[in-house]
Every structure is written in C-alpha cells, then in structure tokens.
Design a protein around this ligand. Sequence first.
Ligand code: PLP
Length: 351
Amino acid sequence: MTHPGTACLIDRYRHRLPVTTATPVIALGEGSTPLVQAPRLGAELGVDLWLKLEGANPTGSFKDRGMTMAISKAAEDRAEAVICASTGNTSASAAAYAAHAGLRCVVVIPGGKIALGKLAQAQIMGAVVCAIDGSFDDALRIVRELAETHPITLVNNLNPYRLEGQKTAAFEIVEELGVPDWVALPVGNGGNITAFWRGFNEAVTAGDASDRPRLLGCQADGSAAMVRGEDVLEPETVATAIRIGRPVRRVEAAAAARESEGGFVAVSDDEILRWYERIARLEGVFCEPSSATSVAGVARARAAGTIVEGERVVCVLTGHGLKDPGSASALGAEVITLPATRHAIEQIAFG
Ligand SMILES: *Cc1c(COP(=O)(O)O)cnc(C)c1O
C-alpha cells in the first residue's frame, strides 16, 4: 500500500518514527507541505514572515500527519474499526485513512458546529457520522468510554502515534529554513504545539534553548483555556477547529510554551476574521479561520513587544480555506450581477 512516487512522511522520516518493516504504511501523500515567504503580510506585521501551508495535506489539514501514523499502527495491530471525537478535521482525516486501509470508522461531532467541507469529507468517505447535542469535550468523553469497553481504536490525539506523525512538520521547517525565532500556531487541545516542540527538540540535537524557536500558542478569546489557566465550560468562537474548553494536552502544551520561552496569547473573533482576510488578500493564501488565529496572535505579540521587529516568524496555517467556504463568502468581495454584454463588464472592470 506504499506509493512509490510519493514521499509520504512515514517513508521520509522512518528513522525518527515508531514504525518497523512490519508496519503497513497507510499513506495518501501527506507531509512535505509548502513553506511560503509572505513579504507583504510580513511588512504589515514588521517581521520576516513565512507560512507553513498545512492545508496542502491530502484531506486539507495537518491532522493527516498524525493520522497516517495512527491508522498505520491500528492496521499493524489488526484493528477492525477506529473511532474519534472531532471538531471536524480529525473526522475528515480519520475517515480518509480508514477508508484507504479498509477499516470501519466512527466519528462523533458537536452538532451544528462543524464547517460544511469537513462534514462532507467524512460523509463521502463512508464514516459513520454521529452528531451529538453537546460540545467537542462531551464527544471526547463518550468516545474515550467506548474505546475502553469495545474493540475499537481511539484515533484522537490521546493516541500517542498522532503526535509522532505531527512532529514531522518541525523537521521540515528546520530542513528548509533553519531555526526561526518564532513559530506561531493555533491551539485547541494542545496536541500540535506539543508535537512541534518534540519535533524541534529532535531536529536540533545541540544543547541550548537558542537552537530552538520560541513557540507562540494562539487561542480564541472564547476558548482560551491555556491563556486563562482553567477550563472554559462553554467555549464559543468562529474558529470552530479550536472551540475546545478542556485541552487534552494541557500539561504538555504548557511545558512546550514554557521551555521554548514562548507563551500563549488570546485574540478576538474580529481579529481572527480580519487576519483571515488579510492573509488571502495580501498573499493569495486561503486558510480556514482557525488557522488565521496564528497570524492574529503574531499581530498581538508584536503590539505587546513580545515579538520584536524583523524577527523571523513561521505561522502554521493548519487547515485549508475550502473547508469552510461560508466564512469566505460572507467576508469577501461582493459578486456583481450584470447583463451579458461587453459594455456592462467594461464599465465595471475599467470604469
Ligand atoms: C485540530 C486543529 C487545530 C488545533 O490543534 P490542537 O492539536 O487541537 O491544538 C488548529 N487548527 C486546525 C485547522 C485544526 O484542525
């Protein structure tokens, strides 16, 4: 089931991942995503800005890095089914890799709080999709209980192989760019920031902290559990992928921010949407609103003086904009309706 022409991340980083020749590689061509310099957006923020386009993964989010590992290990363990709770992207990714491996997949999502594109992906790939009248945190509690009492593998980020796969994004950044001053990323459950920190530590073998970037964990005001240092009982934000009140990886995420001499920052929904639009307008990069939280967080950290002018910053754009076309249509330029004549177009386009 390997793909000879495609550098899937398990093959690219086999020596740094917990796989053996007995592990069947369930791959769809994930990893090796573009790292794009963003001079116009960077000038606006006063930094040397780079964007890591994780939306270029097979199902459109970084979740594929972890899922190729989790599903490959599930297949190695002869699992017949996998289950996850999800704010959307985990379910799309689990459904895809489970389909590729021929495994049954059950996803549990908070009803009405999932971007349309993510739901459509899980549906078309044949997952059993259960929408509950509750939050992501409720969904996670239920699937954990089910995985304890039934022969089904949990592929949420509690699954240790997910973080192992996700750490490879840090390897790619160091290989292409060296060590930036900062890496900013949106934080929900705190799995990805934990994985990045592990990845940077493994990539940079020499001892002192200046060999590694500082990590900026960016949250939405309405679900800023890490910033507040306590659970948020009713999380609410436009950034649905990080609408999480009880971060599963709270302890590890806090350690990543502390040890890297970085930190956490919270931004409003208005700031998230403003930068979501600026990223697209200034750089031609379309990410989902949750991903734009990283750029909004950098803007905040610049205003506070935490990030200094001219520093090199990588923002991790975690998911593709097409996941959530509704948000883009609502914010973008209006569509101009005209009669089918050259004159009408001429007036608008050149007038
Ligand atoms: C899952 C997800 C996140 C949050 O990652 P955590 O590991 O939960 O902190 C951020 N952005 C997008 C698009 C996601 O799908």
